[in-house]
Design a protein around this ligand. Structure first.
Ligand SMILES: NC(=O)c1ccc[n+]([C@@H]2O[C@H](COP(=O)([O-])OP(=O)(O)OC[C@H]3O[C@@H](n4cnc5c(N)ncnc54)[C@H](OP(=O)(O)O)[C@@H]3O)[C@@H](O)[C@H]2O)c1
Length: 310
């Protein structure tokens, strides 16, 4: 199903003045649209990404669309924990209170590579960098007394589970589809455990599937990758007895960003968390291995260990 409302429509009627939102990967696609919608409702938006020129351009674009927008930019390269820590320090210094942290940045189906800290590139960028950023911002989120942590996951989490014994593809041949799936599974497990650990500090966490959205995320995909994925998705739907009509139909970034913005502000989610969201609703399409509480706790413990020793 494709989302029929835009992110801007989701924020209509909401007054977010006084709220501080941090969005990673805000220089493009869903992050950029989310930033515009939240800024339009009066939030102060901290745009974080690795390309400083693209961030400046995004801030200019938002101001052209929303003349009284309040934005600032922070350099963040999720492939380096040194950069993540520097970005967290900069954010903490400017913002003692953070109401929304949207872990949105991501890469998909990259050729095999490693981050500066030795993580496989997809899980390192999509998960470990965000785990560390979120961990370092917990006091500022807690200070909001009602913060939300939103992790961009994907329906593609069904392509692969987290392999706790071989997180970084040291002992098996690399499969870019499975590696993306594992990173997006990790984003869900992170939300589940973050919600359990942090709810008493007023922080609720969510994982979001935005739909299939025409953005630059597909930059590493070939035509045959697309066909292979489509066959896989259609077979999966058919096996579950679901309609395959419109499967993998693309929506626009304006509409694709609706669910993550809904996750950030909807009163319907008050006092709830640890949920997988899709189409501006709680979804039950999440794979059981991706929302298992014990595995979520184990991944958190392991991530804390590897991030603090890297
Ligand atoms: N589009 C979809 O159909 C879809 C479906 C399911 C889930 N998602 C998820 O939605 C999120 C947003 O994706 P999108 O579709 O908006 O893609 P996008 O247009 O490619 O945006 C991704 C953003 O992440 C940034 N980024 C990538 N690597 C980074 C790094 N090492 N450090 C900091 N920032 C980095 C990119 O910056 P650069 O431009 O510098 O690379 C860009 O700003 C991703 O987490 C993705 O997995 C998307």
């Amino acid at each position: 199903m494709t989302q029929s409302r835009s992110a801007l429509q989701i924020t209509e009627g909401h007054d977010l003045s006084g709220k501080v939102c941090v969005i990673t990967g805000a220089s493009s696609g869903l992050g950029r649209e989310s930033a515009r919608a939240l800024a339009a409702a009066g939030a102060q938006v901290i745009l974080a990404a690795r390309n400083s020129d693209a961030l400046t351009e995004t801030a200019r674009w938002i101001r052209a669309e929303v003349p009284d927008a309040r934005t600032s930019t922070v350099h963040l390269d999720l492939t380096s924990l040194v950069s993540v820590r520097a970005a967290a320090t900069e954010i903490r210094e400017s913002s003692p209170v953070i109401h929304i942290l949207m872990n949105n940045a991501g890469v998909m189906f990259t050729p095999f590579g490693r981050t500066r800290d030795g993580f496989e590139l997809q899980i390192g960028t999509n998960y470990f960098g965000h785990f560390e950023l979120s961990r370092l911002l917990i006091p500022q989120l807690a200070a909001a007394a009602g913060a939300r942590l939103i992790n961009l996951s994907s329906g593609g989490h069904v392509l692969g589970d987290v392999d706790f014994d071989n997180l970084n593809w040291e002992h098996r041949d690399y499969d870019k589809f499975v590696a993306y799936g594992a990173s997006k599974t990790a984003n869900i497990l992170h939300a589940v455990e973050a919600d359990r650990r942090l709810r008493d500090s007023g922080i609720r966490a969510y994982a979001v599937h935005p739909g299939t959205v025409a953005t630059s995320l597909a930059r590493y995909m070939s035509r045959s990758d697309y066909s292979q994925l489509r066959r896989y998705a259609v077979a999966g739907s058919a096996a579950r007895g679901e309609s395959t009509a419109g499967y993998l139909d693309f929506t626009t970034p304006e509409n694709g960003a609706a669910t993550q913005v809904w996750a950030a502000i909807s009163p319907e989610l008050a006092d709830r968390g640890g949920l997988y969201l899709e189409d501006c609703a709680v979804s039950d399409t999440v794979a059981p291995y991706a929302c298992d509480a014990e595995r979520a706790a184990a991944l958190w413990a392991l991530s804390e260990k590897v991030c603090t020793t890297s």
